[in-house]
Design a protein around this ligand. Structure first.
Ligand code: ZN
Length: 143
């Protein structure tokens, strides 16, 4: 698990992902106003990021024509930011060089983070081998 700890030792603030700008509508709705920009900075489809947030928050949401995300429920910005960082950790950041200039690629039923900077590919669909040769399960959803 040496590799896993090496990754976690870095602070999340290093990432060039702007924090979510949040507006509440009434007491039951939360809108992420800059959702389109957030997805753009992570190079991911808004639908994919939305699915992850919905699963983590156990709620449903919808995208308007400007890709603003409206979530059912009242959520605080800090919580949303933490989930977005988890998303970036799982589906965006290169495992080898920490770049967020990556793409998600599907191949033979498995999912990979393909890095446009170091050009290496990491399988996130099934298993990741660590330095010690042990394997760590990762669950892939909503790709
Ligand atoms: Zn890389």
């Amino acid at each position: 698990m040496a590799y896993y700890y090496a990754r976690r030792a870095r602070p999340v603030e290093r990432r060039d992902i702007s924090p979510p700008r949040v507006r509440h509508e009434g007491i039951k709705k939360t809108v992420i106003v800059n959702f389109a920009d957030l997805c753009l900075s992570m190079h991911r489809r808004p639908e994919h990021v939305m699915s992850f947030l919905e699963a983590e928050l156990r709620t449903t949401g919808s995208l308007d024509s400007y890709h603003k995300l409206k979530l059912n429920g009242r959520f605080v910005p800090k919580n949303l930011e933490e989930i977005l960082m988890r998303y970036a950790d799982k589906y965006v950041i290169s495992y080898y060089c920490d770049s967020q200039n990556t793409s998600l690629v599907k191949h033979s039923g498995e999912v990979f983070i393909s890095c446009n900077k170091c050009l290496r590919t990491c399988n996130i669909g099934l298993l990741i081998s660590s330095a010690s040769g042990k394997l760590r399960m990762r669950i892939i959803i909503f790709v």
